[in-house]
Design a protein around this ligand. Structure first.
Ligand code: GRF
Length: 193
């Protein structure tokens, strides 16, 4: 599931197409026109477009989204730059099987502005977090993290690009491991055995 330039999606497709493929990208879900949809088309992966504006309200959108993804019957759902909060219908159907990549070291700097918030706060190290999605905003059990140093000359754009290059590797790596090994949840903690 993606809403943007789709470079994280591209890294998943590349991994799926590679020699050590552990998973297949069965479909790409977008909520708007975006480069991620074109990338999927180029790779002949089915694209599902589910826009909030095509539905009576957010709850109906959430239900339609859940229905359309369920029709694909994926083992795992990956939100790779999907810029909408998933609702209760989607979470009740796919809860525990949704993986998200976040451009900060959670629990610091959750939400849509994690890169800008880290810069603003003046932290010297930020990074990437891959986590399971729960009903909070970037609060689900953490699967993997990697640090990225902040340089005094960084802008939000330069820092985000460096974080994304880490996210691309980490996300594909975690998805490959999840698909083959599953995950063990122990309270707030998640572990890939
Ligand atoms: C990533 O930093 C992701 O964590 C954030 O949006 C960015 C997506 O990048 N939520 P892209 O669209 O895959 O290039």
């Amino acid at each position: 599931m993606a809403s943007g330039t789709g470079t994280l999606l591209e890294s998943l497709i590349d991994r799926a197409d590679g020699p050590d493929a552990a998973f297949e990208v069965m479909a790409v879900v977008v909520d708007r026109d975006c480069r991620a949809a074109s990338i999927a088309q180029r790779h002949e992966i089915p694209v599902i477009v589910c826009r909030v504006s095509d539905h009576a309200d957010r709850a109906r959108w959430d239900e339609a989204l859940a229905e359309q993804v369920a029709a694909v019957a994926p083992a795992w759902v990956v939100t790779a730059g999907f810029m909408k909060i998933l609702g209760p219908a989607f979470l009740s159907r796919f809860g525990g099987r949704i993986v998200n990549s976040h451009p900060a070291l959670l629990p610091s700097f959750p939400g849509a502005h994690g890169v800008a918030d880290a810069l603003e706060h003046g932290v010297k190290v930020t990074g990437a977090t891959i986590h399971l999605v729960d009903d909070g905003v970037d609060t689900g059990p953490i699967l993997a993290q990697a640090p990225v140093m902040i340089s005094p000359s960084d802008t939000e754009e330069t820092l985000h690009e460096r974080i994304k290059s880490v996210e691309r590797f980490l996300l594909a790596d975690v998805v490959a491991k999840l698909v083959t090994r599953g995950v063990v949840i122990d309270g707030r903690k998640a572990r890939i055995p």
